[in-house]
Design a protein around this ligand. Sequence first.
Ligand code: UFG
Length: 331
Amino acid sequence: MTKHILVTGGAGYIGSHVVRKLIDNGYTVSILDNLINGNKESVPSEVAFYKIDLGDISELRKLFDENNFDAVMHFAAFIEAGVSMKKPAEFFANNCINGSYLLNEMLRHGVKKIIFSSTAAVYGNPIGNKIKEDHPLNPVNHYGRTKLIFEELLRMYKESYDLEYIALRYFNASGADESAEIGEDHDPETHLIPLVLKTVLGERENIKIFGTDYGTPDGTCVRDYIHVNDLANAHILALERLFKNGESDVFNLGNGKGFSVEQVIDSAKKITGKDFKVIKTNRRKGDPAVLVADSTKARDILKWNPKYTSIDDIIKTAWRWHKKHPNGYNN
Ligand code: UFG
């Protein structure tokens, strides 16, 4: 019997890549997505799709009543750190309260395995160089706080209801599937790599560098860019671990290598062969200077081995997607 996985937020950027890997690995997949940020166009035809908001308990219950899920992958959430500072109530309601409805329905129906999309934002300003999972958890934005609250809820439900979970803390998800059929399409877009590539395509006049006076080699912020398909592979490994009755746990997912904003821009110029206008401007609020993962734990325990270790290779795949879909899923 193939295992049936419910993927919430499966029409989103990371969710859509994971859905394809699940199908490739022989799983039956159902997607729940309210399409506020997801794109129906990213959903493969063989997948059952349910346009449901997690806050709609009766629809959620019906979905669980009518299906026998073996596990859940939970991506559905608000993700913009900046927006979270203006809308904490909405973030708490969606990421925590609605997420708790999902957990409650799972338990009501005896579904006790969940993979959760967490984030490096749970750490806040890093102490030291590479961040390990035991680094203090001091998020500096409400987005990170809601993800941390949900992680805590998972720990509570594990202790009291035997829910088994793996929380995956992503660093900077980037790139696109090699097919260029799915990729990153946020509205509004705030992430560096898509914004740089939209500048190359002439959709934007320039790219702004937010801060050139950080204590980094070139003064711009350093991030750990990890390819979305490497993230997707980690989800499959985490799921297999839960099905083998492995321990509930938390893992960082990053390359362990940092690239500065300037290095990303230089790489984009090289890959696309095009020059574009770069404006150096002030720091963006809430940006730590450096965020780089120590993912030794995921490598050792999940046997995860990211393939896209160079920023050029990651940007190549993102460029293919953006060139083919200059208006995202709208064309
Ligand atoms: N940046 C610019 N100009 C831009 C956009 C971004 O200079 O136009 C800079 C940012 O200041 C930052 C870097 O590029 O230094 C990366 O910014 P992103 O917005 O692409 O990503 P963040 O590092 O801010 O955040 C992302 C996710 C978070 C997650 C975090 C984990 O959006 O949800 O990675 O590392 F928590």
